[in-house]
Design a protein around this ligand. Sequence first.
Ligand code: ASP
Length: 413
Amino acid sequence: MPAQRTVPAQQTLLRGAMQRLDLTRNAFAERLGVTRRALDTWLLPASSREHRSMPDVVAKMIGTLGVPAAGAAAPSNLRARLTRPGKPHLLSVDVFDRDLAEEVLRVAETMEPIARREKVTRVLEGAVLGNLFFEPSTRTRVSFGAAFCRLGGAVCDTTGFTFSSMAKGESIHDTSRVISGYVDAIVVRHPEKGSVAEFAAATHIPVINGGDGPGEHPTQALLDLYTIHRELSRIDRKLDGAHVAMVGDLKHGRTVHSLIKLLSLYKGLKFSLVAPGSLEMPPALVALARERGHRVVEADTLAKGVRNPDILYATRIQKERMGGEGLESYPANFRIDRAAVKAHCAKHTVLMHPLPRDSTPGANDLADDLDRDPRLAIFRQTDSGIPVRMAIFAILLGVDHLVSGNLRDATWK
Ligand code: ASP
């Protein structure tokens, strides 16, 4: 008798159980008494020829492991835990503890079939997003917009100062008040640290920080965490106790600022922070990781700082934040290419980068000679932007509990 469960429900159940029981894939397969291969086929997307339905008996067994079923229809308390009354915003990863971050990522899991265009939902029908980007962006702007559209909403956006009234001297306060009259949620990217919080202070509709200068990039850190969990699960490792190397411009890179805070919520990590002398991780963030019991090693060359990490997170030099200063101290040996990976990484090392990578000659960023290396997770990482940002919107707009019950098949292919 074939299982009646839908593919999303099957995957949500399996991933949720694995996460709540804090087991690697191998250990979870063992607990269920099935082969790792069988578990892998149940976790594959329905579009994969290798995908299989999980037998009912396994689903029943998961029920006996004390794991609450995910995706229940009662309103969740996530919005209340993520925000404060009257302040429905997501500005920093400081709001997260480990449980909350993992619950948000479980909501993201439920969005996967929509992100993969197998299912359609309209839970945000009638809602409008204001996507305001006053700094360059491709991934963040488009994926926020696509995420809102995939929930059934519509998007209005403005890009750059030149075409906005800020070029006429309008304040952040006034812009925020005006846009709040037009839309139901706002994503803002702005070159000044703290500017998105200023934007949020002037409105009662949800404001999401899409990057405030060298400050934070909370949704990037969440999608990075989501990617890290999935990549580590595939290679049968756990984040607790993992070795994470962050390389590049750690001073101005907001993605690593948010990510080190989120990763510090886990236990017993080793952080290798590798940056040229003038571009080191801000001391307060190093101190925070140490206070939370992690080992932090700082180095100024790959040779000294990177030795077989589980995750290598490379970053781009943030030229736009330094007016030429520091550039000369960004040496060629910071280039992450096939030779560097061979010299400093393990066979299992997951290679990540928030992108864009600077592909101009002499840029010394992540090289494209790694593009066929299966350890390179950068495009799986960018794909994660959709389910994670859908989860954030669904939670902030109070519809996260409605998604699972409001799915239909996509009619195009
Ligand atoms: N896209 C990321 C950001 O906006 C990383 C980068 O630009 O280097 O911060």
